[in-house]
Design a protein around this ligand. Structure first.
Ligand SMILES: [Fe+2]
Ligand SMILES: [Fe+2]
Length: 321
């Protein structure tokens, strides 16, 4: 896929907090004790993760494709095999590959051609996107939270993280996309498996500093720790588990994939600034260390925000895959 890049602006002005503050003005910030709609005690983090793992919340193909992605010994053959187990999914991926976003010269009619043309990582990402998207087809709204809004947020963070990584000439930009696409998967786990508690969390948001704070008050853990446990059990790539766990504070991360986690963290902030929020309520936190490490100033954030709008237009098929 060829995307026309404009060079990043000069990095003389670091992003400043007014970007974030502007969006927080006027929001009520007093903590009040939560009034749960149910008195049920939430399960422990381990019990919740075990249950989600056992029920296999994500479609089988997504889990299998991620397993293939997480195993350095697997190749294109394994990816093709995993995808072929779901003919409808393969058809959706091929339809997307033949859409205008990929500018193929002639029609691509099978997975082998798609892998040869786009490469394994990009086809893997399309397979996961097409598979996970099924979870979001169901219309659901709780207050300002909408399930399809969360899907738009996930796709947008994937696309924005990839944009950022490409602009910084990182070779692993497709891994950034995948990490971004999955970063808030813990929220859908809560929605599906801890629904009553999740409703309480969403309803308490206007009075909270962050979504994680609301989760911790009601559940005792948040979507990042829950998703880390589940994605590790499923054998997802380390890059994904790292982003899932540390996208709200990359300074806590100690592993080998800091750059990927930082790209996702910044992309998450840009999407929140752009009102493409995960849970319908806007929470913007300025990841100062990540912005500094990636040499991103205010101008760069503005350019990335504009480019994200264009990329989202171009990738409408991804949202509907
Ligand atoms: Fe999050
Ligand atoms: Fe997010």
């Amino acid at each position: 896929m060829k995307t026309p890049w404009r060079p990043l602006g000069q990095l003389h002005e670091k992003a400043d907090c007014s970007l974030a503050r502007a969006n927080l003005r006027g929001r009520k910030r007093t903590l009040t004790p939560l009034q749960p709609i149910t008195n049920r005690k939430p399960p422990t983090l381990d019990a919740a993760a075990r249950r989600i793992h056992e029920i296999s919340t994500l479609p089988h193909v997504a889990v299998r494709v991620m397993e293939v992605a997480g195993n350095p010994d697997s190749g294109a053959g394994e990816l093709k095999e995993a995808m072929e187990s779901d003919a409808a999914l393969s058809a959706r991926v091929l339809r997307c590959v033949n859409s205008s976003a990929y500018a193929t010269r002639s029609e691509i009619t099978n997975l082998q051609q798609a892998i040869a043309y786009l490469g394994m990582r990009q086809v893997r990402n399309l397979a996961v996107t097409a598979s996970v998207s099924q979870l979001f087809k169901q219309q659901e709204a709780i207050g300002d939270y909408q399930r399809d809004g969360l899907w738009r947020h996930l796709v947008a963070v994937g696309i924005c993280g990839r944009l950022l990584a490409m602009r910084r000439d990182f070779q692993d930009f497709e891994d950034v996309f995948l990490a971004g696409l999955m970063h808030d998967v813990g929220i859908i786990f809560e929605d599906e498996h801890l629904h009553d508690e999740f409703v309480d969390v969403i309803q308490s948001l206007p009075e909270m500093e962050s979504f994680s704070q609301a989760e911790r008050l009601r559940l005792g853990f948040d979507h990042t720790t829950l998703a880390e446990k589940v994605t590790k059990r499923w054998g997802f790539p380390e890059t994904v588990s790292a982003a899932v766990r540390y996208h709200h504070d990359s300074t806590q991360y100690q592993g080998d994939h800091l750059r990927i986690v930082q790209c996702v963290e910044v992309a998450d902030m840009i999407c929140e600034l752009k009102q493409i929020t995960s849970v319908g309520t806007q929470f913007v936190r300025l990841p100062k260390a990540a912005l500094e490490d990636l040499s991103l100033g205010k101008e760069d954030i503005v350019v990335l925000t504009e480019d994200l709008g264009r990329e989202l237009e171009l990738n409408q098929d991804l949202l509907q895959i």
